[in-house]
Design a protein around this ligand. Structure first.
Ligand code: SF4
Length: 241
């Protein structure tokens, strides 16, 4: 049984949520430019890219190709680049820094300590993210309130930091996301059919079992509180990390 069969269940007010999301994206393109969509190519992000393309909005999409993604994700990236109307930009880490880090700390450094895991995320994700967002007034993410306790307060438009963060699916359920994918035949990562709800780098992502928390498959060897990669922590936390 695939992810669509398992999860596609629209909320009662799905049509209203969808209309609100479309309105927010149109408004964002007009009011918050220049802006980009950050895509991990996960289920939420392929929905947002699909909406950007369907609405013919001038919002580029970017993907952080960390050098540690699953082949399934790389294949989806290639298909998305070929099919998307909106430009799909790819940002990679500084190769020399990755080579030096791996030579110094080893390929599996992320399992040894939170500090090493964060150092790896810093050079493979956070630094390329900063390059991707340079000069942008706003960015769009696939954060949803339902994803974890840490995300329970996610607003649709977050003005808490200098760069506005727009979370158009903030109030969508997992069932809504899969309903949209099914209804619009959106291309998605086949790892979702193997019980990966949240997909990141291959060494740091695993399938989850029935009843496990949504983000239990990410950095599963760490405590819940440590489980953000630096992309969505507040500035003051980022400095302290
Ligand atoms: S998710 Fe894992 S492999 Fe990817 S950048 Fe972070 S520590 Fe490194």
């Amino acid at each position: 049984m695939g992810a669509i069969d398992l999860h596609a269940r629209a909320s009662k007010d799905f049509e209203a949520k969808l209309a609100e999301t479309q309105k927010l994206l149109i408004q964002a393109a007009a009011e918050f430019a220049p802006l980009k969509q950050a895509s991990s190519l996960g289920a939420e992000d392929v929905v947002i890219t699909h909406l950007i393309n369907a609405l013919e909005l001038d919002i580029p999409v970017f993907v952080l190709e960390t050098g540690a993604l699953h082949q399934e994700t790389l294949d989806l990236l290639a298909r998305t680049q070929a099919a998307s109307r909106a430009p799909v930009e790819v940002y990679r880490p500084v190769q020399e820094q990755v080579v030096q880090f791996v030579a110094r700390e080893g390929k599996d450094a992320m399992y040894r300590s939170i500090a090493l895991r964060k150092a790896c995320c810093q050079l493979r994700k956070v630094e390329p993210l900063e390059r991707a967002l340079a000069g942008q007034k706003a960015w769009i993410t696939g954060l949803r309130r339902e994803q974890s306790n840490a995300r329970a307060e996610v607003p649709q438009v977050d003005r808490a930091e200098a760069r506005i963060k727009i979370n158009p699916l903030a109030d969508w359920t997992w069932g809504d996301v899969w309903h949209y994918i099914q209804a619009n035949a959106v291309d998605y990562n086949p790892l979702h059919d193997q019980f990966f709800p949240s997909i990141g780098c291959a060494p740091c992502t695993r399938a989850i079992s029935l009843g496990e928390d949504f983000r239990a498959g990410r950095w599963w060897w760490e405590s819940e509180a440590a489980k953000e990669c630096g992309l969505h922590v507040k500035n003051e936390e980022k400095v302290a990390a």
